[in-house]
Design a protein around this ligand. Structure first.
Ligand code: RM4
Ligand code: MN
Ligand code: MN
Length: 379
């Protein structure tokens, strides 16, 4: 590759921006146990501090996505100031409609009108929170669904869901977008109301231009070709963004790129192919046994490397092979890029951004985890 091309790759890589999730720094567990880690943040302010550390080390994580009411505070102004002082900005606002006991049978698709109204009220409150925090997106995921055939009417549920989202969309200020996430199953085990990208896409098309689909890598059936979904959504102008994580079995929320780095590379190939600005790229992971800040740093590094490899794809050679109908030549063009050791490029880009050459090693050497463990006691 010529120096000029390499320069373009490094410039694009330097512009990569990842949102890390406040909920990825706090306590999380499985339904069997939650192992509380020493030094884990006790409130949203400390979660933001951890996000700032990840950005300091990687140079690529300038935004922190928030989840309400998990991140609720008395004074939003204080939170906004804290985020800015930490050198970050607020990413997407994520409403939470899955923990209140009222939501046993769903939230915006609940059969009881009063529960639906309560859910919509929370969504509208989150629009106001986003405005106050300078956030430009509502990122919606609904646990709504049913466990048994006949439990509720599938079409009626869809109608209720659409009616609620129409109310929220109407209240959305111009500078905010609505991201609609889908998930195959869990917590509902028979029918999830927004189970796949097609259902989410139709809802977005019904709502309006600023409604787009969010793809969470853990939310598909085994073997689903996620990069093809990304290609279709991008072509339709409805690719809102990602929740990055990795899975082996279901919605495992492991470190992105840890189980299937080739899939991650192919996703970034689709993003790089589109040429335009990247959609919103957010990490959505649960670090149950691994050290949380280190897990997040490694996740951002994995994303940098996957994107770097995608940028290295020889697009002209790929197009040529495809035009010739040469089945394996195109495949080998991709493999060439995938097999390149991009670690030196990524390190040099991070150095240029004032971040760490080797962020994981730098984190370990800095003693950040021990320092936080000493400070964050009690509560
Ligand atoms: C869901 C989904 C959502 C996240 C919750 C906590 O499985 O991925 O994005 O907000 O988990
Ligand atoms: Mn998600
Ligand atoms: Mn999930």
């Amino acid at each position: 590759m010529s120096d000029a091309n390499l320069d373009a790759v490094e410039r694009a890589l330097g512009a990569l921006e990842i949102e890390t999730p406040s909920w990825g720094y706090g306590d999380s567990g499985t339904r069997f146990a939650t192992f509380v880690q020493p030094g884990r943040p006790r409130d949203v302010f400390e979660r933001v501090d951890d996000a700032a550390e990840v950005h300091r080390l990687t140079g690529t994580a300038p935004a922190v996505a928030l989840h309400f009411p998990w991140d609720a505070v008395e004074h939003l102004g204080a939170l906004r100031d804290h985020v800015a002082a930490a050198g970050l900005r607020v990413g997407a606002v994520n409403p939470n409609l899955f923990q209140d006991p009222d939501y046993r049978l769903g939230s915006i698709a609940h059969p009881d009108e009063r529960i639906r109204a309560k859910a919509v009220e929370h969504l509208l409150e989150c629009v106001e929170i986003a405005t106050a925090l300078g956030s430009s997106a509502q990122s919606l995921w609904f646990a709504d669904g049913t466990n048994y055939p006949g439990q509720d009417d599938l079409r009626a549920r869809r109608g209720r869901l659409l009616a609620a989202l129409e109310q929220v969309y109407a209240a959305l200020p111009d500078e905010q977008e609505l991201l609609v996430e889908y998930k195959l199953f869990e917590p509902a085990f028979y029918a999830t109301d927004l189970a796949d990208w097609g259902s989410a896409l139709v809802v977005c098309q019904r709502l309006g231009e600023r409604a787009r689909v969010l793809v969470d890598l853990g939310h598909h059936a085994q073997g689903t070709n996620v990069e093809q979904i990304v290609a279709i959504l991008a072509e339709e102008g409805r690719l809102g963004g990602f929740h990055f994580n990795n899975r082996k079995y279901a919605d495992d929320d492991l470190i992105v790129g840890s189980v299937n780095p080739f899939e991650l590379f192919l996703l970034f190939c689709e993003l790089a192919a589109a040429g335009g600005p990247l959609p919103r790229l957010t990490i959505d992971q649960a670090h149950n046994v691994e050290p949380k800040v280190e897990a997040m740093v490694l996740s951002v590094v994995n994303l940098q490397e996957a994107y770097a490899k995608a940028l290295l794809v020889d697009r002209a050679a790929l197009a040529e092979a495809q035009e010739q109908g040469d089945v394996l030549a195109g495949h080998e063009v991709l493999l060439d890029a995938f097999r390149t050791d991009v670690r030196p490029h990524c390190a040099s880009v991070r150095a240029r951004l004032g971040a760490a050459g080797d962020p994981v090693a730098a984190l370990r050497e800095s003693g950040y985890a021990d320092r936080r463990a000493g400070e964050r006691v009690g509560r």
